[in-house]
Write a protein that binds this ligand. Sequence first.
Ligand SMILES: Nc1ncnc2c1ncn2[C@@H]1O[C@H](COP(=O)(O)OP(=O)(O)OP(=O)(O)O)[C@@H](O)[C@H]1O
Ligand SMILES: [Mg+2]
Ligand SMILES: [Zn+2]
Length: 309
Amino acid sequence: MALVLYRKYRPASFKDVVGQEHVVRTLTSAIAANDFAHSYLFTGPRGTGKTTLARLIAKSLNCQNRKNGEYEPCNKCVSCDEIARGVAIDLIEIDAASNRGIDEIRALKEGIRFGPTHSKYKVFIVDEVHMLTKEAFNALLKTLEEPPAHAVFVLATTEIQKVLPTIVSRSQRFDFRRLRHGEIKKRLEALAKREEKSVEPRILDVISTKADGSIRDAESMLGQIFALGNEATMEDIEFLLGAVDLGTLHALFEHLAAGKKPEIFTLMNAIKEQGADLEEFLRHLLRYVRWMMNSRIADRNGDGRADGA
Ligand SMILES: Nc1ncnc2c1ncn2[C@@H]1O[C@H](COP(=O)(O)OP(=O)(O)OP(=O)(O)O)[C@@H](O)[C@H]1O
Ligand SMILES: [Mg+2]
Ligand SMILES: [Zn+2]
């Protein structure tokens, strides 16, 4: 069974969050000063820490051992423990993607009138908030106009342009960024160490590149590698990760540039027959094109730099 590393290692403290420095800094000082917003909007690519930080806010605000001026949750009290186990009743998580929200928002509106059951704050996390129906949006908006003092909202989205401006303007917005290759690799090294596994650095390099800024994706790939055991070769890994070989990418690129339609068609069919994920393949192709363009520009500038960043 593949290890689900990204569940096992979800950061339990602010200090364990990788990157997103500006978000962490602003949130932690607001919590320490007991002067935090009642509606946050987290936006950014998938797997970069939005839900993680939303839960950390809930944990910290409701931690029974946290003193004035501090921001880290203790991770020992009943409240911290319930949040870690996903059973805290005063932390309400709504996934707008799987349920377009109207019932949930109605329940939220009703729930919000009552104070928290046995904590200081009721924290509502609305994931993929851009997916809410118009009615649900409006209901949420009404709630955000006059949130009761015991309520804190964290709205998260990967598509900020689809969130109503009125929601955006009523929240404190934080933009999460893709994590850098080096940051991801370092995190993977640390996880491998904690799992007492050794993984070749070049494998970690491949994963960190393929993750394209998402720590979650990187962690789930690492879990798959662990599941292969110690015998995994670089070939296994490329296959497992769906990495496409450069030769195929280059051939397709040439055909595209030359507008050779039949060749493009034949090659795409061959790729599909090999069982490759076409969307994945196209992402690789885009990266390849970007890389080619970069190296051309670098050649022209004569600085020899050809990174695909
Ligand atoms: N900045 C980060 N620092 C450390 N670990 C992270 C970070 N971002 C993501 N992770 C890892 O990835 C997992 C998933 O992250 P999280 O749920 O916070 O992503 P998200 O931004 O909410 O993504 P989505 O948009 O898909 O909901 C975490 O459990 C953690 O293991
Ligand atoms: Mg999330
Ligand atoms: Zn605690």
